[in-house]
Design a protein around this ligand. Structure first.
Ligand SMILES: Cc1cc2nc3c(=O)[nH]c(=O)nc-3n(C[C@H](O)[C@H](O)[C@H](O)COP(=O)(O)OP(=O)(O)OC[C@H]3O[C@@H](n4cnc5c(N)ncnc54)[C@H](O)[C@@H]3O)c2cc1C
Ligand code: FES
Length: 324
């Protein structure tokens, strides 16, 4: 069985385990969240070996060249030396500017980012609680002169981070932030291209970032936003987005309810089913899918079958993290 060496200590890697699983089983303090290669919080490096390709798939060319790897995606078959590099993607201490409810179970959290922090609206950041628990949240706003980021956090029952954020985070508190990450954001390659935005729950956060960024950059093609939930309590910003749709000629908004009878402005049905039925031919669209992993997976497949090339389907699945 391969051996992992970190800080002069050696750990045995059992078959089927990832480097992350092995290190955690040996009580090594390493940040992690999604365990699916998305959040990049488990980034480490090997000082002298090329890591297995699957552990570098999501990384930038420059990180690959320096032997960085995602510990949760790394299953080495040979002995491997490892080192933690906190300077590569440091967690920065940031302060909470405000929190306010957006619905019964969703809060808006405004945090102040450092001057040199650059991002695209729709990307996500990792937040780290003081005990090391890390979770990812998407950026819902365009760049602002007051250096603020807007996050939408839904409270899950027994959700370790989200319940704590709802109950305990207050104006003036500090938290650690890392990022930004992800490639689900607006790129103005063709300002006339139709955009189809589909999201469930707080999947609206990255989609709002993308929508406002596209409008700010002068996108002239039609933008259709389908926001879905089982019931009305799961939707938010219905009034604001309806108003925006009424005053913006190229923006159309459809809030969808999959679990109850709907009347105007709501539509009955699942957001992605409604979108795909309204747009059966997607070969010219740019598509953004955010929210529940099952919706994202199914909508990706259906959009592809409706003619959308894979490189024009950008997605952020809000995958759950395993317990720490
Ligand atoms: C790229 C990315 C972007 C994200 N952006 C956002 C965002 O903008 N807003 C937001 O609220 N969340 C977002 N998430 C999800 C977020 O990172 C956390 O997973 C979520 O807040 C739950 O964390 P928790 O510690 O409260 O729950 P946990 O303690 O991890 O889980 C509690 C229970 O809830 C279940 N669960 C976990 N996540 C989900 C889910 N998404 N849907 C249904 N059940 C779930 C778990 O299986 C478990 O049973 C994002 C995730 C990713 C990967
Ligand atoms: S990428 Fe490894 S924990 Fe998220």
């Amino acid at each position: 069985m391969p051996k992992l060496t970190l800080n002069s200590k050696t750990y045995t890697q059992h078959e089927g385990d990832s480097v992350l699983t092995t290190l955690l089983a040996n009580h090594v303090d390493i940040p992690y969240a999604c365990q699916q290669g998305l959040c990049q919080s488990c980034l480490i490096r090997s000082p002298n070996q090329t890591p297995p390709p699957e552990s570098q798939k999501w990384l930038q060319e420059t990180q690959r060249a320096r032997n960085f790897l995602l510990a949760c995606q790394c299953h080495p078959t040979e002995d491997m030396e490892l080192e933690l590099d906190p300077n590569e993607q440091p967690f920065l201490t940031v302060s909470i500017v405000s929190t306010k409810p957006l619905s019964d179970d969703i809060i808006e959290l405004i945090i102040k980012h450092p001057d040199n922090f650059d991002f695209h609206p729709g990307q996500f950041i990792n937040l780290r609680r003081h005990d090391g628990l890390v979770r990812s949240y998407s950026i819902a706003n365009c760049k602002k002169t007051d250096n603020t980021l807007e996050l939408h956090i839904r409270k899950l029952s027994d959700g370790k981070f989200s319940e704590w954020a709802h109950q305990s985070l207050n104006t003036g508190d500090t938290i650690e932030m890392q990022g930004p990450f992800g490639d689900c954001f607006y790129i103005q390659s063709d300002p006339e291209q139709p955009l189809l935005l589909i999201g469930t729950g707080t999947g609206l956060a990255p989609l709002a970032g993308i929508l406002y960024d596209a409008l700010a950059q002068g996108h002239t093609g039609p933008i259709h936003l389908y926001h879905g939930s089982r019931d009305q309590a799961g939707l938010y910003w219905v009034e604001e987005l309806s108003k925006l749709a009424n005053t913006t000629h190229n923006f159309n908004y459809l809030p969808c309810l999959s679990g109850e009878e709907a009347s105007s402005p709501f539509q009955s049905g699942r957001a992605h089913d409604e979108a795909l039925s309204d747009f059966p031919d997607l070969k010219n669209h740019q598509i953004y899918l955010c929210g529940h992993p099952n919706m994202v997976k199914e909508a990706q497949r259906k959009a592809y079958l409706a003619g959308a090339p894979l490189h024009r389907i950008l997605a952020d699945a809000f995958t759950a993290s395993d317990s720490k």
